[in-house]
Ligand binder design. Structure first.
Ligand SMILES: O=C(O)CCC(=O)C(=O)O
Length: 268
């Protein structure tokens, strides 16, 4: 793996201990501004672009005043979002933290909270939505396209929760605390979320089993996050009953997740 963009060993140790790396500078201001414009464009044209995306969150479509704007597959409609998927400033630290030499793209997501908006992202584990692929060796990169803090609902992580095993899946529009009823008393006792504020252009990285979520945007500022999800290149299909994402060719159970929508982005 190239030496450029590699993280110090201490960052990897923190990630392994906590299940997340809270912030890493990734992109300069001009590139963030360009991405932000492009995400805004997709949001403005969402109705027209929807058929080319993987998914627009149904809970948001039906109640946009209550739920966070969330969609997947922007990399399929915008060339700058597309190229970011392969960018070593993202892929090198992601592979290093995941502990793999070959990294595969899974999908992208946008989470947008307008100013003064009540939408939350309930506590959840990403892998609870991804159990059709496995074993769990996936990582999420949350790239802030706006500065995020507790006032506008930055992401918060529960340190050590990546060691808790798989918890039940929570609906996107569930109450923020819905997951808590599924925790053991011991897990609840150490449930101490840590906010991960970011400057625009910084990213957090988290393990697919790390419990995380975010509060409402109480500020006058928008909060836009572009999320890139990756997995070990040898991740397999565990349920071949339907394509893994819209537009993907069907893959049989047991096959390696492969194809043009799931490119190997590092390690050939
Ligand atoms: O935007 C948020 O607050 C949540 C993001 C998230 O769930 C993720 O990055 O996996």
């Amino acid at each position: 793996m190239s030496v450029a963009h590699r993280l110090p060993d201490a960052c990897v140790a923190d990630f392994q201990r906590d299940g997340f790396l809270p912030s890493l500078p990734v992109l300069p201001a001009d590139e963030v501004a360009e991405l932000r414009r492009r995400v805004d464009h997709i949001r403005e044209e969402l109705a027209e672009l929807e058929p080319r995306l993987y998914e627009v969150e149904a809970a948001w479509s039906s109640r946009p005043d209550q739920n966070v704007c969330h969609f997947l597959g922007g990399w399929q409609v915008d060339p700058v979002l597309h190229d970011l998927v392969f960018d070593p400033r993202v892929t090198v630290p992601a592979a290093q933290l995941l502990g793999v030499s070959r990294l595969r793209f899974w999908h992208d997501q946008v989470f947008f909270k307008p100013p003064h908006h009540p939408g939350v992202v309930p506590w959840h584990q990403d892998y609870s939505y991804w159990t059709r692929t496995g074993p769990p060796c996936h990582i999420t990169v949350f790239l802030a396209l706006d500065a995020t803090d507790q006032a506008n609902g930055c992401v918060e992580f529960v340190p050590g929760s990546h060691h808790w095993g798989l918890l039940p899946r929570v609906a996107f529009d569930a109450p923020r605390e819905a997951l808590l009823e599924h925790l053991s008393p011991a897990q609840r006792a150490v449930f101490r979320p840590r906010a991960a504020p970011l400057r625009a252009g910084e990213a957090s990285f988290h393990d697919c089993l790390t419990v995380h979520g975010s509060a409402a945007n109480r500020s006058a500022r928008p909060r836009c996050g572009l999320v890139l999800n990756y997995m070990a290149a040898d991740t397999r299909v565990l349920d071949g009953s339907a394509p893994l994402v819209r537009h993907a060719a069907p893959l049989a159970e047991g096959e390696v997740v492969d194809g043009p929508l799931f490119p190997v982005v590092l390690g050939g």
